[in-house]
Design a protein around this ligand. Sequence first.
Ligand code: UDP
Ligand code: MG
Length: 321
Amino acid sequence: MIQPEVHTLPVTLTIVVPVFNEAESITTFLQKLTDTFAAHPQVALDFVFVNDGSTDDTLNALLAWQQRTPHITVVDLSRNFGKEAAMTAGLNVAKGQVVVPIDVDLQDPPELILDMLQLWQQGFEVVLGRRVDRASDSWAKRTTASWFYKIHNKISKPKLPENVGDFRLMDRVVVDALKTLPEAHRFMKGLFAWVGFRTAVVDYVRLPRTVGTTKFNGWSLWNFALEGLTSFSTEPLRIWTYVGMFVSGMSILFALFIIIKVLLYGADVPGYASLMVAVTFLSGLQLVGIGILGEYLGRTYIESKRRPVYLVRRLYQAADK
Ligand code: UDP
Ligand code: MG
């Protein structure tokens, strides 16, 4: 058997950070990361911040930091494109041999990147951070998230590893592979899983946010889940064939039942209730079916326009690049 090749230090590491109205988080974030890697001269650290259309002072805060430190790149997007698009922008600009996307709110502990690097040195190309304890998330978020994974993994391939967010380490080969995926709808969790590669997992406890507030509410998470399901499975489309066959089968049985009943006992006119139930039930069913068709058609329509995933207002290149 050919041994997987191991990776060696020194290494260049690019941290990719999408930021949306996070002016007050940036300083603590950068200090924490610089401290974490201070004792590791073998790791040459640089940052790519993607300003995802912030309306507060985020861009100025980033540019002020860039003046002081040579290794910060800032990608300023023309508006808010959403975290998935911002992350795509960051990965496209990242130059490091390994790349780690991370949230700016320090909910994911940066120390873990050191453990990830150890696994990378053993030859792994992807190291996932898995949340063992989601106590920092609300009960509702935890339960709906677990339902989402259950349903998604039943109907989609490849399966999504449960409780794994965007926080992960990726080798250059993985990032380059991601860049070849052309879709405009970027459900990153799914794309990350789709590209594959040798994968290891490190567990960690996800902390509550210390500064600022979450950018995702219940409705946006619901849409995010729909995005995931429709991006990676056509099962919701196919199910209607079976629902249709089942309902037609039942109505044939019902027809036989009526015919026999009429032959045996003669015709009786009443039947308003059963008629009403059948009409409303079936029209509801048809509308759901059409809705799901629309969901996919809409996505195909958007994809067919071939619009870019994001637009850059300006790229502030790191001074040492
Ligand atoms: N974010 C972004 N664009 C958005 C929403 C969020 O770039 O439209 C960034 C945000 O600034 C943060 C990360 O994505 O760095 C995660 O956001 P948040 O902490 O609100 O998500 P949660 O941890 O609640 O899932
Ligand atoms: Mg967060």
